[in-house]
Design a protein around this ligand. Structure first.
Ligand code: ADP
Ligand code: MG
Length: 204
């Protein structure tokens, strides 16, 4: 297997959203990703522009449809009527509110690397809606928002953090937020324990 194709080189983008920064959860979030064994290879704080946020969410041409469908399903699972049966109509509103949310203050954008980085980070982050995201996840443990709440107040659901949904999404998103120079390739010595095949360097 070529060096950079090994699974341990998989990367994902995570962004602590403005509410996560305001709640002083940057350290807690970083701690969880560090503790699972992932490696931080890029990090910066910035206030994103509206255009940057819109481009971020529309990098995946399917995002509008998938997000609308997911929202409709969420309503129906709770026995509620969705605001519209048209996924694209729902997403247009979500996107407008997301732009306000994500540009309201500083965010912390990060790239994490390691085997199954995308899936591992999504697991630790939890489902989109904090009301239903699992206990033990970041969105399940530190915030209590819901679609019902965000609809009532006509705003985006506040869920502390963004995480790429797939490897393809991650690759596009990392390029969107970081230049190649801002991502550092380096060795973390503890990685030997995670990845070395024989674990034969421990005893003196
Ligand atoms: P995720 O962040 O879990 O990948 P999506 O990509 O579907 O979720 O949506 C992006 C973000 O848009 C969510 O994290 C959330 O902040 C907001 N959002 C998604 N769906 C809704 C909704 N139905 N109502 C309000 N905000 C939403
Ligand atoms: Mg998403």
């Amino acid at each position: 297997m070529g060096k950079k194709t090994h699974l341990k080189f998989e990367q994902t983008l995570a962004i602590v959203k403005p509410d996560g920064v305001q709640r002083s959860l940057v350290g807690e979030i970083i701690k969880r990703f560090e503790q699972v064994g992932l490696k931080l290879v890029a990090v910066k704080m910035l206030v994103p522009t509206t255009d940057h946020v819109e481009q971020h969410y529309t990098l995946d041409p399917n995002w509008r449809r998938v997000t609308g469908e997911k929202t409709i399903k969420g309503y129906k699972a709770k026995g509620m009527t969705p605001p519209s049966e048209d996924p694209l109509e729902i997403t247009a509103k979500i996107l407008a509110n997301l732009k306000k949310y994500m540009t309201s203050g500083p965010v912390v954008a990060m790239v994490w690397q390691g085997a199954h980085a995308v899936g591992i980070v999504r697991k630790l982050v939890g489902g989109t809606e904090p009301l239903t995201s699992d206990v033990g996840t970041i969105r399940g443990d530190y915030v209590l928002d819901s679609y019902q709440m965000s609809d009532t107040d006509n705003r985006a659901v506040r869920n502390l953090i963004h995480a790429s949904g797939s490897v393809e999404e991650a690759n596009m998103e990392i390029k969107h937020w970081f230049s190649g120079k801002e991502v550092t390739a380096y060795k973390l010595f503890q990685e030997q324990v995670t990845y070395d095949v024989n674990l034969d360097g421990i005893l003196e």
